[in-house]
Design a binder for this molecule. Structure first.
Ligand SMILES: *Cc1c(COP(=O)(O)O)cnc(C)c1O
Length: 424
């Protein structure tokens, strides 16, 4: 199986190739520790001179299969499986930033990421500078200075459904020699591969489409492996010896970011994915390409239905020809933009609640992007801790309903939405 295979083939085949007599699907290696017969072998492991597993807080064979798989799907050189999407983003930031540094991020991002950047990272002396995804490049550029460690955005923003203008951000990052990090959770590598469009690192919540069944929490960091850390003055921590790792200089390694992330931050936090969750996510991701196809086709039909409905004020779904992100979607996500959309109900928060209570197929959930359709009213749930001003900044109107279209029959879903809208 070659990495040059199409993404549909990689979803099924990448990550695990059994030796003769081994299990056809990857085993769950439920062990904290690993046996070595001689002490030199152990010493070499600790010196990173040989590959291998020694403690499941840093790496585990089942998690390794998923890491290799997602790295292959994204076209990167190394994956790091994390306990959740949030821990993947946190570890990425910790690997790159120290007190006094800053990050530059789109404000239209997942609520948890927004909180991490706006509230938690500042407690450690790391400042987050937010930009409007649609702002012109010159405005975003003003936020970048010599303490900026990365620029962050989502391919398809959750829940604002803004499509990332890769060329705009990538050109800025290249000009300033700063890392471009993309959260590709909602697009998945089936619909878009950020590394192909100038991103340096990709992060995921695998709890969403990657698993697809809402069974396992997880996150993934993929290192593109191409960023030039060597002698880049913006990243001194990659160019001086790491005394906690016998003087290793990360910029000298073939996989600088990925190695630093695992050897330092995974070691110090243990925020790794469990073998059981990795196994479930591997199973789920086998059908990722098939599922994404259905999510897209269903959502396209539903968006077209909602757009014409008199009780709907607006629909944000980038595959709709009328959507303001349609051109970007066609450029970067030609296969479709996934199952997530948002729309505004003509009415207030109460009207939104009445509509959602009458749905019989789509359920109200604090989750998105799995096989079952679900709805959420972000202003009163996931984003309720935000001020009105922050809500507007995050692209969330008070009457915004987020709909995650599943893989049920599209006509059934449309009939359900139609009857629930009668109650508005
Ligand atoms: C859900 C989500 C996260 C956080 O992932 P968890 O696995 O819930 O920690 C991060 N980014 C995006 C875009 C998400 O949708």
């Amino acid at each position: 199986m070659k990495d040059s295979c199409k993404i549909d083939t990689l979803c099924v085949q990448a990550g695990w190739k059994p030796e003769t007599g081994e299990s056809r699907i990857p085993p769950i290696v439920q062990s904290t520790t690993f046996f070595y017969g001689d002490s030199q072998a152990m010493a070499d492991l600790f010196d990173l001179k040989r590959d291998g597993f020694f403690y499941s807080r840093l790496a585990n064979p089942t998690v390794d299969v998923l890491e290799k798989k997602v790295a292959a799907l994204e076209g990167g050189v190394c994956g790091i499986g994390c306990a959740s999407g949030m821990s993947a983003i946190l570890l990425t930031a910790m690997t790159l930033c120290e007190a006094g540094d800053n990050i530059v991020t789109a404000s239209e991002i997942y609520g948890g990421s927004f909180n991490l950047f706006s509230t938690t990272l500042p407690k450690f002396g790391i400042e987050a500078r937010f930009f409007d995804a649609e702002a012109p490049a010159e405005e975003i550029e003003k936020l970048i200075d010599d303490k900026t460690k990365f620029v962050f955005a989502e391919t398809v923003a959750n829940p604002a459904i803004v499509v990332l203008d890769f060329d705009k951000i990538s050109a800025l990052c290249k000009k300033h020699g700063v890392l471009f990090i993309v959260d590709n959770t909602l697009a998945t590598p089936v619909l878009c591969r950020p590394l192909d469009f100038g991103a340096d690192i990709v992060v995921h919540s695998t709890s969403k489409y990657m698993d697809g069944h809402a069974a396992a929490l997880g996150g993934m960091i993929v290192d593109g492996g191409k960023f030039a850390f060597k002698n880049n003055k913006r990243y001194p921590a990659f160019n001086v010896p790491d005394e906690s790792y016998h003087g290793l200089v990360y910029a000298d390694l073939p996989v600088a970011f990925g190695t630093k992330c695992r050897a330092q931050m995974m070691r110090d936090t243990g925020a790794i994915m469990s073998p059981q969750n990795a196994f479930l996510t591997i199973l789920g991701s086998d059908t990722l390409a098939l599922r994404m196809e259905r999510h897209c086709r269903n959502a396209e039909k539903i968006a077209a239905f909602l757009e014409k409905h008199p009780k709907i004020e607006w629909v944000h779904y980038a595959s709709l020809p009328s959507d303001k992100h349609h051109a970007l979607a066609q450029k970067y996500l030609p296969r479709g933009t996934g199952g997530m959309m948002s729309f505004g109900i003509r009415g207030d928060a109460k009207a939104c609640a009445r509509f959602m209570e009458h749905l019989q197929i789509a359920t109200q959930e604090t989750h998105v992007a799995d096989v079952r359709s679900c709805v959420l009213h972000p202003a009163s749930t996931t984003h309720r801790q935000l001020t009105d001003e922050q809500l507007v900044q995050a692209g969330i109107a008070p009457n915004l309903v987020r709909l995650s279209v599943g893989i049920e029959d599209a006509d059934d879903l449309i009939a359900d939405l139609a009857q629930a809208l009668e109650h508005v």
